[in-house]
Design a protein around this ligand. Sequence first.
Ligand code: COA
Length: 174
Amino acid sequence: MARVESFAKRLNGRVMEIRHPTIEDAEHLRSLYLELLGNTFASILPPEAIIAFESDWTTELIAQSSVGENCVVIGAFNDANNALGLLFGGTPEGGVGTIVWLGVHTDHRSSGIGRALMEAGFETYRALGCHKVKLYANSDKIVEFYKHMNMVIEGRHTRHWWGVNTHSLAKFLD
Ligand SMILES: CC(C)(COP(=O)(O)OP(=O)(O)OC[C@H]1O[C@@H](n2cnc3c(N)ncnc32)[C@H](O)[C@@H]1OP(=O)(O)O)[C@@H](O)C(=O)NCCC(=O)NCCS
């Protein structure tokens, strides 16, 4: 699988590594995933969605996806290897990559981690031969973040997954 180089960034005075995870990182990413579901996405999505998503992206799936050919998984880690940010993406289809989850721990937002993860995600999909990356967003605030990442709105989906209004956004890589 094509992989971006791991790179250390100094964000707000702390050294942060943005990289593809190892199998040993899977539990840390799973903890962050659950933190994001409980503390962030629970205010956007209905309880039944949160319950369903809790049994998705298990530690085993994250470990397999981190080292396998099929998914794009990138983490932001501090020097103790705790995960402070994650990007989970799917296998490219017809030159289109799909970012499924993006999140930064609530205590570590506005430090540049989200941008670093998005740029690493775009770079990874480009290295995989993709011409386009797409994703879905459920809140106006997050749509503005993705527009700031030079993505464009491609569609509005009324009462979409879990009955929630959703935007689809995309970025062309070529
Ligand atoms: C959205 C999220 C990933 C952004 O991560 P972050 O680490 O806080 O963002 P960054 O500090 O890297 O910000 C990067 C840039 O985006 C800008 N930005 C951040 N949030 C923004 C927003 N809501 N609207 C517009 N711009 C925004 C920043 O000002 C910064 O600009 P600059 O790099 O040009 O100076 C983070 O807030 C998060 O995890 N939110 C909750 C989870 C979520 O909703 N994920 C998306 C699911 S669809």
